[in-house]
Design a protein around this ligand. Structure first.
Ligand SMILES: Cc1ncc(COP(=O)(O)O)c(C=O)c1O
Length: 463
């Protein structure tokens, strides 16, 4: 513990107080002998749902006040205007500026909108234009199911057999994450028939950080391939440079590392080269890309004139469909302001690596750590299925819990997870045998990590 405390005093979690960390009292967790109800639990689950910023409640209350005070008029005349609050018609616009540095985009390339799967479907609707010869979607075999359902049904919507269209990559036998060289090879092998490459920036299960720039460039070296990324686990976790990496499109949710609240609003990136519009009367023949369209993507100046002409806004904003939930938007804004104050993604990544490397070190020191999976060999313990090399992963380390040969049905993972949970360690389980631990650099401490690994060791000892 002394080492962890020393690290915390050298690298203090300067923004921890900006967040509500659940306590033993609020979680209803049994107290340790010297514990008290107000002690924070060890929350290492920012990869699933980030903690609530303290400023979120006031930000939402401002909008409730505006609604109460002026009702519909708040769309154009917000009661908090004198405090710099934005009228609802433009509520999301200030967020593009806060979001674009987080994903490495131009402001015009980012829109705050929708939710992740809906956005993925909308972007696929715009970008997936299969022909009889070019119709394949390259994705992962272990993709998050929602993404797979989207890919599968996009094929169906086009009358294409998903079994022939989906190229699904999986790690080599005995390996736990994909090799970039295998992804590149698969792209080359299918280059005549690929329409879209769509992969996760960070894989939800293994925590692998894909080589976005390299994979995108390789796919683009063949004409006709579009490259999109699901950044659910990457946004706010690792620095991204979507514009200069030449990514075609990307989408994300904001409730994980971006701490915007459960199910809150997501976002999209559309590279500027796809989002120009024939706003210039001198080139009226340049048509905007067909898309899932709605009035919020339409020219703001005539949006309320109810014309039957769709004039998309230039850039990603033109892909918006509906007016956004203002409550969601301001909740996200409250968190993005903390990111800005902290100094942006490079500073976050520096702290994230300090924390996750410390976690890795303690895990590797554990008596229960196995370098390789030993399932069924008689030794309970864990191996790490995430890349060990820091450049190949984000904050998350995924532990594969190994069962004992003598008792393979012993629900080892559930028992370890339950042990941790009962003692105030909030991590994330993926049945049947994975526990994901993700220190969030904005609020987690080295002490959190020490506590989690100590209790993990105790859990194995207790089995
Ligand atoms: C990689 C990935 N894709 C898609 C989703 C689905 O997100 P949503 O429910 O916001 O559409 C998630 C949710 O955690 C995810 O992690």
């Amino acid at each position: 513990m002394e080492e962890a405390r020393a690290l915390d005093s050298t690298y203090p979690a300067t923004k921890r107080d900006a967040f509500c960390i659940p306590t033993f009292g609020s979680m209803g967790t049994k107290l340790a002998p010297n514990g008290s109800l107000g002690d924070p639990v060890t929350y290492l689950c920012g990869n699933s749902l980030g903690c609530m910023p303290r400023s979120t409640r006031a930000a939402i209350n401002d909008e409730l006040d505006a609604w109460a005070a002026r009702g519909v008029e708040s769309h154009f005349r917000h009661s908090g205007e004198d405090r710099g609050l934005t009228s609802w018609v433009d509520i999301d616009l200030p967020l593009s500026k806060l979001m674009s540095p987080i994903v490495g985009a131009r402001d015009s390339e980012v829109a705050i909108m929708g939710s992740l799967t809906a956005n993925l479907n909308a972007l696929l609707a715009a970008f997936y234009k299969p022909s009889s010869s070019r119709f394949k979607i390259l994705c992962e075999k272990g993709a998050f199911p929602s993404d797979y359902y989207a890919f599968y049904n996009q094929c169906k919507l086009h009358g294409i057999d998903p079994d022939s269209a989906l190229v699904r990559l999986e790690p080599r036998k005995g390996e736990t994450y994909l090799r970039t060289e295998d992804i590149l090879k698969a792209i080359t092998a299918n280059s005549d028939s690929l329409s879209i490459v769509c992969l996760p920036g960070i894989q939800y299960y293994s925590g692998q950080f894909f080589e976005i720039e390299k994979i995108t460039a390789h796919a683009h070296s063949f004409p006709g391939i579009v490259v999109g990324w699901d950044l659910a686990h990457a946004v706010g976790n690792v620095p991204l440079e979507l514009h200069s990496w030449n990514v075609d499109f990307a989408c994300w949710c904001s409730y994980k590392y971006l701490n915007s609240g459960p199910g809150a609003i997501g976002g999209i990136f559309v590279h500027d080269r796809h989002a120009s519009v024939a706003a210039d009367p001198l080139s009226p023949d340049v048509e905007a890309m067909p898309r899932m369209a709605g009035w919020w993507g339409n020219n703001r100046d005539n949006r309320f004139q109810m014309k039957e002409v769709f004039e998309p806004i230039e850039g990603a904003l033109g892909f918006r469909q509906s007016n956004p939930s203002v409550i969601d938007v301001v909740a996200l804004k409250a968190s993005l302001e903390i990111f800005k104050d902290f100094g942006g993604m490079q500073a976050i990544r520096r702290r994230s690596l300090l924390l996750s490397n410390y976690l890795l070190k303690l895990l590797q020191r554990s008596a229960y750590y196995h370098e390789k999976s030993t399932d069924g060999e008689g030794k309970v313990g864990f191996s790490i299925i995430s890349p060990l090399n820091e450049t190949e992963r984000g904050a998350q380390l995924s532990l594969l819990i190994q069962f004992s040969k003598d008792n393979p049905q012993a629900n080892t993972m559930e028992r370890v997870f339950g042990y941790l949970n009962d003692r105030g360690v909030i991590a994330d389980e993926r049945r049947p045998d994975v526990i994901r631990i993700a220190p969030a650099p904005l609020y987690n401490t080295f002490e959190d990590i020490f506590t989690a690994v100590k209790l993990l060791n105790d859990a194995f000892k207790s089995l």
